[in-house]
Design a protein around this ligand. Structure first.
Ligand code: FES
Ligand code: FES
Length: 180
């Protein structure tokens, strides 16, 4: 039987990842999560379900939490991406990273980078204080280990720290990476 093979033509992609300009030519079928891991070497962003369910692949795209298995890298052309590797600043953990550490918000850690990136967006997007609000805000991120309680503790600790820093007139670290 006749037929033809589809030819995939690589496309140039220019974006910023963790404040570093990136310039690659990639096939249009490459998902953003694979681009970050394979082309950029940033393996902190995890691959779980690849179907948009688990949230392990969550990163910030122009300040918004995005499951990076749900978009092609070429769709992110021109964007500003933040991954878990870009969250600490000047050797200091982001309050959410510190919160997960202090509150034992992880066990195996597979969900943790995505959980933290989703939490960055959650805290930046408005007042979230109750445990119910945090649980609701993170419902798109699944954890198979912790039962979520310590994760919510961690986010509450970070929210309190960020709120206290804002009240004291300091810029919270998240405001450096979240624009949306
Ligand atoms: S790997 Fe992207 S949502 Fe599960
Ligand atoms: S800590 Fe294991 S999946 Fe969340």
């Amino acid at each position: 039987m006749g037929g033809h093979r589809e030819v995939s033509v690589p496309i140039p992609v220019r974006l910023r990842v963790n404040n570093t300009p990136r310039d690659h030519t990639i096939e249009p079928r490459v998902l953003l999560v694979h681009y970050l891991r394979d082309a950029c070497g940033l393996t902190g962003t995890h691959v779980g379900c690849e179907t948009g369910i688990c949230g392990a692949c969550t990163v910030l795209v122009d300040g918004k939490a995005v499951k990076s298995c749900t978009m092609f890298a070429v769709q992110a052309d021109g964007s500003d991406i933040t991954t878990i590797e870009g969250l600490a600043s000047n050797g200091h953990l982001h309050p959410l990273q510190q919160g997960f550490w202090d509150c034992h918000g992880l066990q195996c850690g597979y969900c943790t980078p995505g959980m933290i990136m989703a939490s960055v967006h959650l805290l930046a997007s408005g007042a979230v204080s109750s445990r119910e609000e945090i649980a609701e805000g993170l419902r798109g991120n699944l954890c198979r280990c912790t039962g979520y309680s310590h994760i919510i503790d961690a986010v509450q600790q970070a929210a309190a720290e960020i709120g206290a820093a804002a009240a004291a007139g300091h810029r919270a670290p998240q405001s450096e990476v979240v624009h949306g």
